[in-house]
Design a protein around this ligand. Structure first.
Ligand code: GLC
Length: 660
């Protein structure tokens, strides 16, 4: 080997000469930062930098490489990474090593996520401590705390209009309280996830204030325009996220005398990621929160981070570059930390958030499986699993180092993301089916069991999204109001079907606060003027602790749901096939009312069967045999019940987790 050839660390990706040059230069400039460290720690940082510099460089170079000062930018960035590592508390450095030793920790079948607004769950961060035993009882290993950072007063998009990324919202507590909550949760084996709102900040954020006061530097943190020429040109191909209460994607700011890009609400200013200073600012924020003990970042609305004329300005190549670079920053400086992408986009775009092609496996660790959620609700309404089977069967395969975030409800609305092609493939009309789902879940369809509301009716496209809690959309609210015990039994089974689906599909199941006890819609959601414009508050009620107190009463609704869910979760923990490293293969069994998927594993196959109707269904034993299950056990129950004519039986909304 010629002497000039770079030494390649075993197992590391080949270091390109350009990246090598930058790496060596940057490393040489870190001496003053790293010299304070014991040599083993310094060596660890240097090894991590060497291991991940290529990821960092490959992400940043296509975006910022041609800008003057790129080399200086890289140097400033890596100094930040080194400083954060130096400042990282010892307990978190230990966690880093633990995660290095078990990099698949978030894929494990023992993982269970719980998602809540801190204020709705416990009032304040300090208040959360009082409910940790409750979370333990459910087996929670991950909590997504919502609206943690300081957001603007009044309307704030449920906390997604951030005023200060570095400071906990004063209504919830202090940074020290966030740190102590993270510490206590970590002690209990629970990882904390918080949002990092990447696409926009509040128009009252100091960066925006500076821009309004004439700072050119800060003006460049945003996308602003002197007149409507470019906004109009962009608008020609841009969709509208909130057509109802925030039409258009640009807002005129009087003080600035310019149009500002505001994809979401007028008070949320989109950040200009083509400016490397924005990247540096966000990295600083991310590392600071990581050093308080945050382990997972939910990267909010990432699809929108890069704008390109003539496109919908979503899922642009630069987004994947930037996310890969952000991921590399965490891997170098705070390696216990992982990233979850919130991208509610089509499957082909979605899969790229895990990293495909040159980004393979390097972009995010977790992404929401929006389609699984939509297909659950679709199959439930139509009592037909053919579209679900087809659409999920078409999904691209995922890398092995990721996990889907599987969920049935969250704090957002449900958009009927059913592709026309998929609908056509099973003999449906996409538009008509989406309309049917909106009618069904807002109770407008005769015979519907659901209680929900329309959100963001878009007359241009006919889209009507839906709000409502799991329990209310699944029929619990109506059944209780009608005093109909039979309907109630069915509604409870529908909820448990959903819980079993997200626990058994493979990935990290995310339970939205209250869904373990059947919290209904919040009838008083519009009373607060700061919320009354946004009906997503319908399904963001305060936790009902009196209801939760009935969770051990087997005759009550919360008791039946809580026990049912705990049973599913115990079975999940005991089923190694549910480790997320392998995909679920969707099985087209030909059965129009049962959804089937199989997970292959060295211990033998796992077959999930889910009956989406209120009638008993039977699946041919041949289906089981074809995947290698001769004498299956049901991990969820004592069955399965086999019939004399070679079928396996599923009662109303029944679910079977079969393995050998
Ligand atoms: C994400 C959040 C949603 C918010 C939007 C804009 O989609 O989940 O609640 O409105 O981003 O920040």
């Amino acid at each position: 080997m010629p002497a000039s050839e770079p030494v390649r660390r075993r197992g590391a990706p080949p270091f390109g000469p350009e990246a090598r040059r930058h790496h060596d230069r940057v490393l040489a400039s870190l001496d003053d930062v790293l010299s304070a460290l014991p040599s083993a720690e310094r060596g660890l940082f240097e090894a991590r930098l060497a291991r991940r510099f290529e990821d960092l460089f490959d992400g940043l170079e296509p975006v910022y490489g041609r800008l003057p000062g790129f080399a200086g930018f890289l140097e400033r960035l890596v100094r930040k990474l080194a400083r954060a590592w130096v400042a990282r508390p010892d307990s978190l450095k230990t966690l880093d090593i633990e995660r290095d030793l078990a990099p698949d920790w978030f894929q494990h079948e023992s993982m269970l996520g719980y998602v809540f607004y801190v204020e709705r769950f416990a009032g304040t961060l300090a208040g959360v401590h009082e409910h940790l035993d409750y979370l333990d009882e459910l087996g929670v290993t991950y909590v997504h705390l919502m609206k943690v950072m300081h957001s603007r007063d009044g309307e704030n998009d449920g906390g997604y209009a951030v005023l200060d990324y570095t400071r906990v919202d004063p209504t919830l507590g202090t940074n020290a309280e966030l740190e102590s909550l993270c510490t206590e949760l970590r002690r209990r084996g629970v990882s904390v996830c918080v949002d990092l709102v990447l696409n926009h900040c509040a128009r009252e954020h100091p960066w925006a204030i500076e821009a309004r006061e004439g700072s050119e530097r800060h003006l460049d943190y945003f996308h602003t325009f002197p007149d409507r020429t470019l906004p109009d040109a962009y608008e020609r191909t841009l969709p509208e996220v909130f057509p109802d209460f925030a039409p258009g994607n640009f807002t005129h700011d009087e003080a600035l005398g310019r149009w500002v890009w505001t994809t979401f609400n007028a008070y949320q200013w989109d950040l200009n990621w083509s400016n490397p200073e924005v990247f540096l600012e966000i990295v600083e924020v991310m590392l600071g929160l990581s050093n308080l003990g945050v382990e997972v970042f939910r990267l909010d609305a990432v699809a929108f981070m890069w704008k390109r004329l003539g496109t919908d300005s979503q899922n642009q190549e630069e987004v994947y570059d930037l996310l890969q670079a952000l991921r590399a920053c965490s891997r170098i400086s705070t390696p216990a930390v992982i990233h979850k992408a919130e991208a509610i986009v089509s499957p082909d775009d979605l899969i790229r958030y895990f990293g495909t092609g040159r980004h393979h496996g390097r972009v995010s660790n977790i992404a929401y499986h929006n389609s699984l959620m939509v297909q659950y609700w679709g199959a439930l309404a139509s009592r037909d699993t053919r579209l679900m089977t087809h659409a999920l069967g078409e999904f691209p395969r995922t890398p092995h180092n990721i996990a889907w975030g599987t969920y049935i409800r969250c704090h957002d609305d449900i958009g009927w993301a059913v592709a026309d092609d998929d609908a056509t493939a099973v003999g449906l009309d996409g538009f008509a089916h989406r309309s049917f789902l909106s009618d069904f879940y807002t109770g407008a369809f005769a015979g519907s069991f659901a209680e929900g509301e329309v959100f963001q009716h878009n007359p241009a496209t006919g889209d009507r999204r839906v709000n409502g809690s799991f329990a209310s959309l699944a029929g619990i609210e109506r059944a209780l109001a009608a005093g109909d015990d039979v309907a109630l039994d069915l509604a409870i089974e529908r909820v448990l079907l959903g819980h079993a689906l997200i626990a058994g599909f493979g990935g990290l199941p995310l339970i939205y606060m209250g869904d373990e006890i059947g919290l209904p819609n919040d009838a008083a959601w519009a009373d607060d003027p700061a919320q009354s414009g946004d009906s997503r508050w319908l399904h963001r009620p305060a936790m009902d602790w009196a209801r939760a107190a009935r969770r051990h009463d087997p005759t009550s609704v919360p008791g039946r749901l809580f026990a049912g869910l705990r049973h599913i979760l115990a079975a999940r923990r005991a089923t190694p096939q549910l480790h997320a490293a392998n995909d679920s293969d969707i099985l087209a069994t030909g059965h129009p009312r049962v959804f089937a998927h199989v997970r292959h594993h060295p211990l033998g196959p796992f077959l999930g069967l889910y009956n989406f109707t209120e009638e008993t269904q039977w699946v041919r034993l041949e289906v089981l045999r074809a995947v290698g299950l001769e004498q299956p056990l049901d991990r969820l129950g004592s069955g399965p019940r086999l019939t004399d004519d070679d079928h396996v039986e599923l009662p109303a909304y029944g679910r079977l987790w079969l393995s050998g």
